[in-house]
Design a protein around this ligand. Structure first.
Ligand code: ADP
Ligand code: TRP
Length: 338
């Protein structure tokens, strides 16, 4: 039996090198590793992004940028069902049904909601809930619908999302128990332990929230300029340097081969100027990304082509979700005619 692998990508920003190393590259490798033994579904979670992005132009742009990024980096829409969440209305019908089975206490403890509470606390809000929408509160229910609508077996995610997958699993169990039949398939989270956390130009975790990102498809000149902003210490060029404490080295290792990283470590210990180290990193990133950058530019210049590809994925996704929803309606008695 072939397993179904599914994951969602939120279009909340222009993709950066951290997104590639931490999410896109491992997801594409997973497809290669399971070729033949699994079907993969990767989708743009635009309705999840709507919990954060309320600027119409930005939401639309991020959606195209994220789609073009995955396609440019090698997602093959013949092998991976690739679609927009918002093009599959069955997900939202299932989300409501799941909402009716979600204990409110689960939502109180969910990661997305608790992160929003932490942010309110950090801003010193008197009422921590004041700025938090029902969308954020219901985030795990929509995510459970994304997963359960397709009889998903495996959900590759980062550690912070594991709890949301467990909620999906618990919801499937609850409904199956309530109706005493296998209505929904309980999924499992798959956490890639070996995915590196990539540092940004200030040495902290690269994140759009810290304004320290290296955008994946900046033009070569802009890429080199950004890499030159990498924070380094004031050691003179000839001084030996410790690769294990260098964010620049960490980023280089995340994109280079093991042998290349070992060679750079050797040069660190022998004494390398920061200017030279930055040039090596910029060269490596540029060599790695230049072909994808050209594909990205072509796709972004032809949005109807992106729409067409996502549209094909959406049609196939709707067929699968429609079958699951028929099962759920029949089990619950919704829409029954006699
Ligand atoms: P950001 O931190 O820029 O807001 P997101 O939270 O949108 O990024 O992350 C999207 C995906 O990219 C997630 O799977 C996340 O784990 C991964 N990711 C983001 N930043 C990094 C990073 N610096 N290193 C590794 N993976 C990252
Ligand atoms: N919540 C996920 C994130 O923040 C994105 C997501 C939405 C998702 N729906 C999903 C991931 C379904 C896996 C399965 O990154």
């Amino acid at each position: 039996v072939t397993k179904r692998i599914l994951t969602g990508i939120k279009p909340t920003g222009t993709p950066h090198v951290g997104n590639w190393v931490g999410a896109i590259r491992p997801a594409l490798q997973l497809v290669d590793r399971h070729d033949g033994s699994a079907t993969a579904m990767y989708f743009i979670a635009d309705y999840h992004a709507l919990t954060q992005v309320h600027d119409r132009a930005k939401l639309a742009d991020y959606t195209y940028e994220v789609a073009a990024t995955w396609l440019a980096l090698g997602l093959d829409p013949e092998r991976v069902l690739f679609y927009r969440q918002s093009d599959v209305p069955e997900i939202f019908e299932l989300a409501w049904i799941l909402t009716c089975f979600t204990p409110k206490g689960w939502a109180n403890k969910a990661h997305a909601y608790k992160a929003a509470l932490d942010a309110s606390r950090a801003r010193g809000e008197a009422d921590l809930d004041a700025g938090i929408s029902m969308g954020v509160y219901s985030y795990p229910t929509l995510m459970a619908a994304d997963i359960l609508a397709f009889d998903t077996d495996l959900v590759p995610v980062g550690k912070d999302q594991v709890q949301h997958i467990e909620i999906a699993r618990d919801l499937a169990d609850r409904i199956n128990h309530q109706y005493q039949q296998p209505v929904l398939k309980p999924p499992l989270a798959v956490v890639g332990e070996d995915t590196a956390v990539v540092p940004g130009v200030d040495g902290q975790k690269m994140s759009k929230s810290y304004d320290n990102t290296i955008l994946l498809f900046a033009e070569e000149k802009a890429l080199r300029k950004r890499v030159n902003q990498f924070k380094t210490d004031s050691l003179p060029p000839e001084a030996p340097k410790d690769p294990s404490t260098s964010a620049l080295f960490q980023l280089y290792s995340a994109v280079a081969t093991k042998a290349e990283a070992a060679a750079l470590a050797e040069r660190y210990r022998a004494g390398i100027g920061w200017g030279d180290a930055k040039k090596l990193l910029a060269d490596r990133l540029d060599a790695e990304l230049a072909p994808a950058r050209a594909r990205y530019a072509a796709l972004m210049g032809d949005r109807p082509q992106i729409d067409a590809l996502l549209g094909i994925g959406a049609r196939r996704a709707r067929e699968i979700a429609g079958g699951v929803l028929d099962r759920v309606r029949a089990a619950t008695g919704i829409g029954a005619r006699r």
